[in-house]
Design a protein around this ligand. Structure first.
Ligand SMILES: NC(=O)c1ccc[n+]([C@@H]2O[C@H](COP(=O)([O-])OP(=O)(O)OC[C@H]3O[C@@H](n4cnc5c(N)ncnc54)[C@H](O)[C@@H]3O)[C@@H](O)[C@H]2O)c1
Length: 320
């Protein structure tokens, strides 16, 4: 039996594929390459270039490849773009997942791991954020992800499709081999923005230094992509008859300025920055509690320090 990775040519998907292959799983990737990278694909994973909305193709893959579980990364995820063009997000996130779930339902595939996000919480009620914090997204991107979580809930109740929804906080870093890394276009994530600026001798913008935090810049919780990949494998291996929702972060907040300082140490270069106005919809502080996945699945992150996360990203960025 094989695992279908939807969006496996993207940043996180390609890292999960790599870790699954190391554990000898039989892997099949579907990606329409809208944001993916052919060079991130592994020769040991069979690749189908196509869209998860193409039910004929997905059903053929399920049948031909004997798929029994799915890991679903395929989505658009630019918060700012989702504010300007929510239709694009409802289409590619909600409708595409609906189509994928229909293909699973019709072909008796009963297991899915889904990439959700901290954006489902909006402005959190308390820090660190636990999974029972009320969900209240403040942008269409987060709204599409919680809509999908609800759809998963009802597809489980009615059709018995079991799921784990993983709510990632800020994913960063790269595989230690240096062969794959984080490359979005446009890039909106802080660590790759900083590292590209170092490499190309550019100035970065820091959005707001008047937040109610010790140095005035936003605080986020960073998780290494390889630790995140390990959580997907645990979720796949331990998902049984009860669907689950887990946060994934490091229970540790780092401000934008702290990341800038850590990146200066890792790269040995001064980082040029200017202060720009706050962005709409950026909460001051987002820190995860990941106790639930640690307690229930035994997840243990290995690359927790900003230095480890940034140096692995730098290892990839300085050569790409
Ligand atoms: N990167 C983060 O920090 C972060 C945080 C929280 C949640 N997430 C979620 O994790 C997932 C992966 O994020 P990423 O950073 O790797 O993004 P990414 O853009 O690098 O990867 C997504 C992949 O899905 C593919 N894709 C998109 N729509 C598709 C479709 N309709 N059919 C087939 N393929 C399609 C893209 O080509 C791309 O390769 C996304 O669902 C995202 O919302 C990411």
């Amino acid at each position: 039996m094989s695992i279908l990775i939807c969006g496996g040519a993207g940043y996180i998907g390609s890292h999960v594929v790599l870790e699954l292959i190391k554990k000898n799983y039989d892997i099949v990737v579907i990606d329409n390459l809208s944001n993916g990278h052919k060079e991130f694909l592994q020769k040991d994973a069979r690749f189908y270039e196509g869209d998860i909305r193409d039910e004929k193709l997905v059903e053929k893959i399920i049948h031909d490849e004997k798929i029994d579980s799915v890991v679903h990364f395929a989505a658009f995820s630019l918060v700012g773009e989702s504010m300007i063009n929510p239709a694009k997000y409802y289409d590619n996130n909600v409708l595409a997942t609906f189509s994928l779930l229909n293909s699973l339902r019709k072909n008796n595939v009963k297991k899915i791991i889904f990439s959700s996000t901290a954006a489902v919480y909006g402005e959190p009620q308390s820090i660190p954020i636990t999974e029972d914090n009320p969900v209240n997204p403040i942008n269409p991107y987060g709204e599409t992800k919680i809509t999908i979580e609800k759809m998963l809930h009802w597809f489980d109740k009615a059709y018995g499709i079991k799921y784990v929804a993983l709510r990632y906080f800020n994913v960063a870093g790269a595989d230690e081999s240096g062969q794959i890394g984080e490359a979005h276009n446009p890039e909106t994530h802080l660590i790759p923005i900083i590292l590209k600026a170092v490499r190309d001798n550019k100035t970065i913008k820091i959005f707001g230094n008047d937040y109610p935090t010790p140095d005035g810049t936003c605080i986020r919780d960073y998780i290494h992509v390889t630790d995140l990949a390990a959580a997907h494998i645990l979720a796949l291996e331990k998902l049984s008859d009860q669907s689950k929702i887990y946060n994934l972060g490091n229970n540790k907040g780092l401000s934008v300025m702290e990341i800038v300082k850590a990146a200066e140490i890792v790269t040995g270069k001064k980082i040029n920055y200017e202060i720009a106005p706050r962005r709409v919809g950026d909460p001051a502080i987002l820190i995860a509690s990941s106790e639930k996945i640690k307690n229930e699945l035994g997840w243990q992150p290995k690359f927790c320090t900003p230095e480890k996360i940034i140096s692995s990203a730098w290892n990839w960025h300085k050569n790409h």
